[in-house]
Design a protein around this ligand. Structure first.
Ligand SMILES: [Zn+2]
Length: 317
């Protein structure tokens, strides 16, 4: 009896171990239950804050689609997540939302610290993350970003281009805090920066990681294939907390699940493109609802900007 019990115990342990080691992340993304509301600031860790919102259900209702709707940039359900790092020598700001949202951003920052902003960093060039640059440049602040992000600003004729650039890695030391900027590969654009707070084991990944459907900006060097390698490089960084370009704070498991879905979408699109499925039948064949990505805040932008060039990228593989 003792031997049977021991065998049973060992079998159970092996089953549990296998389940732990080989369990897959969930394929099904679970969207946040968002209500409309104003911009908000929340504490991520000691000395690090996240500014999200304002929250609009506009994109969920597809209200920008159509000739009379607002422009896509105005219809983002939630503009880019901002990180605020507090040091005893001042603040470091990561991204800054739209131009007309900066006053609101500054009000929220004043609610956590009276110290001045010393540097503004950009994760990439998109205006829902960086249109406020012009205001900070006018105030004499330096804007730091990857060199391709500056090029993207200039190529697109976008005001407020960064005036300090880097290639692979740079650090800003302020007070007793280091903030590291890393470019580990292409993905959302060709100028994506990961902003790393090593003492807090936290990163702001910009739109390399989105709380929803990943938008691939082919007009600025984005690529779905290299993006997966870029996520692998991101996962080599020692972090336990991640601020995405849009949406909720994540952990490593969330990022692994995001990569898992993205790889699955790539597999499907590669198969669809190589079978020559007509472009107007691609969306149905992709079965985005199985990934939970059929109606996220970023899905309408993905449909208008990414779908066709994504098909072409995968057809060439
Ligand atoms: Zn973006």
């Amino acid at each position: 009896m003792l031997r049977i019990t021991t065998k049973l115990f060992i079998s159970l342990c092996i089953a549990l171990l296998c389940n732990t080691v080989f369990s897959q992340p969930s394929l099904q993304y679970v969207p946040e239950d968002l209500a409309e509301g104003p911009m908000q600031i929340e504490r991520v860790k000691e000395g690090l804050y996240l500014i999200r919102g304002p929250f609009s259900l506009c994109m969920r209702d597809d209200c920008f689609i159509g000739e009379t709707g607002p422009a896509p940039e105005e219809a983002n359900r939630e503009t880019g997540d901002i990180a605020v790092r507090v040091t005893d020598r001042g603040l470091i700001l990561v991204d800054n939302k739209f131009y007309d949202q900066v006053d609101n951003v500054l009000d929220l920052i004043r609610s956590i610290s009276p110290l001045p902003i010393m540097y503004v960093l950009n994760t990439h060039y998109h205006s829902d993350h960086t249109q406020g640059n012009s205001i900070f440049r006018s105030a004499g602040l330096d804007i730091v970003a990857h060199k391709n992000t500056r090029s993207n600003f200039l190529n697109k004729g976008q005001a407020g281009e960064p005036n300090i650039v880097f290639d692979r890695e740079a650090s800003i030391f302020l007070g007793d805090v280091e903030v590291r900027l890393l470019h580990v590969g292409r993905g959302h654009t060709d100028g994506d920066s990961i902003i790393y707070f090593p003492d807090l084991r936290t990163v702001h990944a910009g739109d390399l990681v989105m709380d929803g459907m990943p938008i691939i900006d082919y007009s600025a060097g984005g690529t779905a294939i290299e993006w997966i390698q870029t996520i692998d490089a991101l996962l080599e960084i020692d972090f336990d907390t991640l601020i995405p370009g849009h949406g909720r704070i994540m952990n490593r498991e969330d990022v692994l699940a995001y990569k898992y879905r993205f790889e699955e979408m790539n597999r499907r699109m590669r198969d669809i493109a190589q079978r020559g499925v007509p472009i107007d039948e691609v969306l149905e064949a992709l079965k985005l609802e199985e990934l939970g990505w059929e109606n996220t805040g970023s899905t309408p932008t993905w449909l208008s900007l990414s779908l066709e060039p994504y098909y072409n990228e995968m057809a060439s593989q």
